[in-house]
Design a protein around this ligand. Structure first.
Ligand code: NAD
Ligand code: UDP
Ligand code: UDP
Length: 343
């Protein structure tokens, strides 16, 4: 007992970021599944700063404690190591359901697990929401449109997904997650919100995430070849993570229940994107073309009229600005890994 007392006395109090004071009526108990991941941790920051009580549930497959460590020990914060494929019993008012790997190399690593996470995991989340009367926001994806025949993609487009291809575990998993959400809404009266998220980037992306933004930036920073898969004429539209977080929060508080695209409509070919990053980073990297990947969607750009009309939301951060912040994050990460290898 004596030893424990000494430990407590010696504990240095942690300096938490200052959170807003919310009275009991306005303070919500919010569950963020996948909250230790890239997007989830930024969302957690915003919800914590706004004064809510936040519980993160994560199995740390692609997420990291480091992303939320600045909140560990705060009285409004709880971090639960749990796999969403298993049932969980909590009392909450709102659920942001983000648990799922998002990067193609990650979700293809264990396709069966990706399907289980998006189907069984989503059933558990919806079952929990039904029991406690919580509102659920599902993190869906532009991948529900597959390799689209319509351009740009509006929410009324039903998509063009190969149901048995290498991306199917994710694409079909998310399509089922949407189907489940509306089945629980119609049958059980669960309040659901569905965000179809388009390519998002920013600090806290995993170093070996494998997505184009992290690959290109890390390659440019290390003067390695910048690897374009295929001819580089395929397009993507990239949004900065703070814009996505704004969109998720306004969607959760809105009355709009149909799926809604959250993305930045500024479209670039992957080749243009490679040159832009090379330009911003400087260095001596060459841009090289590698084999194309199977079922790679050729064009992607969100039509965000719905989000503008019903949420009064549109992205604010220009691509170059977001890329600069992300480049500086990855430069620091590279320094960190160099130091830890030396230590
Ligand atoms: P991420 O991989 O950084 O985060 C996902 C988090 O979910 C990680 O912390 C991971 O450990 C956790 N997780 C995975 N499986 C789990 C399980 N079975 N149980 C509990 N936790 C689990 O990815 P992200 O980019 O932050 O994506 C977050 C969400 O947004 C995902 O649902 C993703 O499908 C969706 N989304 C992201 C993008 C994007 O460009 N980042 C685009 C479309 C959709
Ligand atoms: N569930 C959960 N937490 C809860 C309530 C339910 O994890 O607080 C899970 C439970 O395991 C169940 C699933 O959610 O399998 C779906 O719940 P629902 O009530 O729809 O189904 P039922 O329990 O009737 O099979
Ligand atoms: N891509 C690329 N080089 C890389 C990584 C990705 O050319 O090192 C391409 C990929 O083929 C796709 C686009 O960049 O056309 C976006 O890929 P990402 O994996 O980031 O996300 P997706 O939108 O395909 O889920």
């Amino acid at each position: 007992l004596q030893r424990i007392e000494v430990k407590i006395e010696n504990r240095v109090p942690k300096n938490f970021p200052t959170v807003k004071f919310l009275n009991y009526k306005n303070r919500k108990r919010i569950l963020v599944t996948g909250g230790a991941g890239f997007v989830g941790s930024h969302l957690v920051d915003r919800l914590m700063l706004a004064g809510h009580e936040v519980t993160v549930v994560d199995n740390f497959f692609t997420g990291r404690k480091r992303n939320v460590e600045h909140w560990i020990g705060h009285e409004n914060f709880e971090l639960v190591h749990h796999d969403i494929v298993r049932p969980l019993y909590l009392e909450v008012d709102e659920i942001y359901h983000l648990a799922s790997p998002a990067s193609p190399p990650h979700y293809m690593l264990n396709p069966v697990k990706t399907i289980k996470t998006n189907t069984l995991g989503t059933i558990n989340v919806l079952g929990l929401a039904k029991r406690v009367g919580a509102r659920v926001l599902i993190a869906s994806t532009s991948e529900v449109y597959g390799d689209p025949n319509e351009h740009p993609q509006t929410e009324t487009y039903w998509g063009h997904v190969n149901p048995i291809g290498p991306r199917a575990c994710y694409d079909e998993g998310k399509r089922v997650a949407e189907t489940l959400s509306y089945a629980y809404m119609r049958q059980e009266g669960v309040s659901v919100r569905v965000a179809r998220i388009f390519n998002t980037f920013g600090p806290r992306m995993h170093m070996n995430d494998g997505r184009v933004v992290s690959n290109f930036i890390l390659q440019a920073l290390q003067n390695d070849s910048i690897t374009i898969y295929g001819d580089g004429h395929q397009t993507r539209s990239f949004q900065y993570v703070s814009d996505l977080v704004d969109g998720l929060i306004v969607l959760m508080s809105s009355n709009y229940t149909l799926p809604i695209n959250i993305g930045n409509p500024v479209e670039h070919t992957i080749e243009q994107f490679a040159l832009m990053i090379k330009d911003l980073v400087g260095g001596t990297s060459k841009v090289v073309e590698l084999a194309a990947v199977e079922d790679d969607p050729q064009r992607r750009r969100p039509d965000i009229s719905r989000a503008k009309k019903y949420l009064d939301w549109e992205p604010k951060v220009p691509l170059a600005e977001g890329l600069k912040r992300t480049i500086s994050y990855f430069a620091k990460e590279l320094q960190r890994t160099k130091h830890s290898q030396r230590d």
